[in-house]
Design a binder for this molecule. Structure first.
Ligand code: HEC
Ligand code: HEC
Ligand code: HEC
Ligand code: HEC
Length: 124
């Protein structure tokens, strides 16, 4: 009885996320974390908030949850600032790619954090 129950729950757990097999549920954005706390990011919820994947993954045009493309981390291109490429180590609200892209949408939709500590949650 316990074995059957266990087997059933494993099947249920495995079958739920399959529609979104190609993107993570929650991520911690911390590649640049130094002056500020890392940023917990609910990826799953944001997929529903944005029109499409390439709203954020701008180098993967036409990306969907079913696409078997390699999705590079933002940090593989944006860690250090380069000419015309904003860098995620920047504190500036206009020079950091996350500050640009994330805060802009929160402002437009009048929802989501715009204050520093709304994203850079202090470790408890
Ligand atoms: C919408 C979310 C969001 C808001 C609001 C936000 N940030 Fe960030 N910020 C990020 C993300 C994401 C990163 C990249 C984090 C990483 O890789 O560690 C980042 C990176 C940084 C960095 C460089 C990494 C480090 O720790 O040294 C600094 C400094 C920073 N932010 C300061 C601020 C300040 C100051 C404010 C408020 C004026 C602010 N941020 C508001 C999301 C946000
Ligand atoms: C609101 C912005 C946003 C949207 C919309 C979005 N993503 Fe992401 N995604 C991110 C961020 C931020 C990360 C973390 C990247 C990092 O740590 O540098 C990420 C990470 C990923 C990763 C993991 C990359 C790795 O190597 O760790 C995959 C795969 C991915 N996203 C796929 C998708 C797919 C597929 C969609 C659409 C169904 C999507 N994303 C929609 C922002 C977004
Ligand atoms: C393969 C490299 C690469 C990856 C991965 C990448 N970017 Fe970029 N990004 C660039 C380059 C190059 C530019 C500057 C040229 C341009 O705008 O296309 C840029 C520009 C930007 C800009 C500024 C756009 C503007 O209007 O000035 C933002 C914001 C941004 N990226 C956010 C992100 C986020 C968020 C992620 C991860 C979800 C990400 N990028 C992943 C290469 C990359
Ligand atoms: C397409 C628009 C859009 C983009 C782009 C976007 N967000 Fe959001 N975000 C939202 C909305 C809308 C909410 C608030 C939802 C609510 O309160 O009902 C939100 C809420 C949040 C929250 C509060 C916790 C939660 O998830 O509900 C955090 C933290 C956050 N966003 C971080 C980020 C970071 C970091 C990025 C950039 C990688 C980002 N957001 C990009 C629309 C966006």
């Amino acid at each position: 009885m316990r074995k059957t129950l266990l087997a059933t729950s494993i099947i249920v757990i495995l079958s739920v996320p399959s529609a979104f097999a190609h993107h993570p549920d929650k991520v911690i954005i911390n590649a640049a974390a130094k002056k500020q706390a890392e940023v917990p990011f609910n990826h799953m919820k944001h997929v529903k908030r944005a029109k499409s994947c390439d709203t954020c993954h701008h180098m993967n045009k036409g990306l969907t949850a079913e696409t078997k493309a390699k999705v590079e981390k933002c940090s593989s291109c944006h860690l250090d600032p380069k000419p015309n490429v904003p860098g995620m180590r920047e504190m500036s609200l206009t020079k950091n790619p996350f500050h640009q892209a994330c805060i802009a949408c929160h402002k437009t939709q009048k929802k989501g954090p715009v204050a520093c500590t709304g994203c850079h949650l202090k470790k408890s």
